[in-house]
Design a binder for this molecule. Structure first.
Ligand code: AMP
Length: 432
């Protein structure tokens, strides 16, 4: 039997309804804030991710699924390296959504010079070659937003508020949500801060893991996020970003917090919060669920330099992404059924002799948008009722020779078993 790839899942039944519900809720909540849906391709040129996410990140260095097609595969096998391939031949499955949306914004000129900000949301599968475990998959699903062209700290605050409202609408107990925020500075203050952190790591070299020593040279801030608990303990004593902000970044951060306070959104300041991708500037945030044990369910931040890295004009931007699978696990732990109830349906049951007469009845109900099931296996009336119960039908439309002759149908309420007769030409109106 063919097997699913490890770290991937089939979405069906209640799990599929849960994923759809997450998207429907996103459309409602984000729509009220003025966001429109966008869909970008699941494959992009590697360069899109390298420029956007950063060469030094784990996502790009170790976790990206590369894509080669047809003749390229043979060529690669012969040469043993990508060298000589054109940019358009070096493809990858998207590990996250932001780089692709920003690429689309540059390519389609979504934010013309002096143009109004653009607000977009997306939903779809992302791919990372990670070691599969609970809440960590190789193909997982994200819902995310990108807001391009808005430098004002009110937009950072609104983005965070919208995210928290989204989680509440999905059914999380508000007090279980732990929102952490930080500011990582910008192009004017971060380089000096990075140098300080690098020096700190090198001063504590004997206590840090090899990965962190490598990070010291390529991306020292990532040491705050090391998987090794001892490294994180050491890093708790490192210089902290909020103490190393330039005046503009400090003022921006203060205003974001002021707006959050005004909206009554509670948060903790975590001066060691650094997000995994290189593109973040100033505000970063992450949300965890107390006691869920699945890690962060969502996070994001500001990325004022990203449009330029993707070849566009300097344009501020910010956004976040949340993970469907982790949210489903965390909500399940809180006893919330993200899938909702199975859809209601009507079952048309009949005796074999009137089957042809039933064909049109079933069709008419469906044309009216009523989810309708019927028997296609020649079952007895009794087993048709059984089947109707299994499918969760609320009502059975029962037709036998007497009903057909009289131009009526018997409606059977499947929970009370009460029956009544309805003229066939009133059936659709009655069940609508
Ligand atoms: P990130 O882009 O890494 O900040 O991820 C944003 C959100 O996507 C996380 O908070 C998770 O909910 C989810 N996520 C990231 N990586 C994975 C993964 N490998 N498996 C499942 N969910 C993930």
């Amino acid at each position: 039997m063919a097997q699913r790839v490890q770290g991937t899942e089939d979405l069906f039944g209640g799990y599929m309804r849960a994923w759809q519900h997450m998207q429907d809720t996103a459309r409602e909540v984000f729509g009220a804030y003025g966001f429109d849906l966008i869909e970008t391709p699941a494959i992009e040129q590697v360069a899109t991710f390298v420029h956007g996410i950063g060469e030094s990140t784990d996502v790009v260095r170790k976790e990206m699924f590369r894509v080669y097609s047809g003749a390229l595969v043979d060529q690669l096998l012969q040469k043993g390296s990508e060298e000589g391939l054109k940019a358009k031949q070096r493809l990858a499955l998207r590990p996250e959504g932001t780089a692709g949306v920003v690429r689309a914004a540059v390519q389609n000129n979504f934010v013309p010079q002096g143009g109004a900000p653009v607000k977009l949301w997306y939903a779809g599968p992302m791919f990372r070659g990670e070691r599969p475990q609970k809440g960590r998959l190789r193909q997982f699903h994200q819902v995310g937003v990108e807001w391009l062209g808005a430098p004002d700290p009110a937009s950072d605050a609104e983005c965070i508020i919208m995210l928290m409202r989204y989680f509440e609408r999905l059914g999380f107990a508000p007090e279980s949500l732990k929102l952490a925020i930080n500011s990582m500075g910008d192009a004017s203050c971060r380089p000096a801060y990075r140098r300080k952190v690098r020096e700190f790591i090198l001063e504590h070299a004997e206590e840090m893991c090899d990965d962190c020593l490598e990070r010291a040279e390529i991306n020292p801030l990532r040491a705050f996020d090391c998987k090794n608990a001892h490294c994180r303990e050491v890093m708790a004593g490192a210089p902290l970003a909020p103490n190393n902000l330039c005046d503009e970044c400090a003022e921006h951060y203060a205003q974001v917090k002021r707006y959050l306070d005004e909206a009554g959104v509670s948060y903790v300041e975590d001066p060691t919060l650094v997000r995994g991708l290189d593109y973040y500037t100033r505000t970063v945030f992450e949300v965890e669920v107390e006691g869920a044990g699945v890690g962060a369910i969502g996070g994001g931040g500001r990325y004022d330099g990203l449009m330029e890295l993707e070849g566009g004009k300097p344009t501020p931007g910010l956004g976040f992404a949340v993970g469907f699978e982790r949210i489903a696990l965390a909500l399940q732990a809180q006893g919330v059924n993200l899938a909702g109830d199975e859809p209601e349906c009507v079952y048309v049951a009949c005796t074999p002799d009137v089957r042809p007469a039933v064909f049109g009845v079933t069709l008419a109900l469906r044309e009216a948008g009523i989810r309708t099931e019927a028997d296609y296996q020649g079952r007895s009336l009794k087993s048709q009722f059984k089947q109707a119960n299994k499918l969760g039908a609320h009502v059975c439309v029962v037709l036998g020779p007497d009903e057909v002759a009289a131009g009526v149908a018997t409606l059977r309420n499947m929970s009370t078993h009460e029956q009544e007769q309805v003229p066939l030409d009133e059936l659709v109106a009655r069940l609508s």
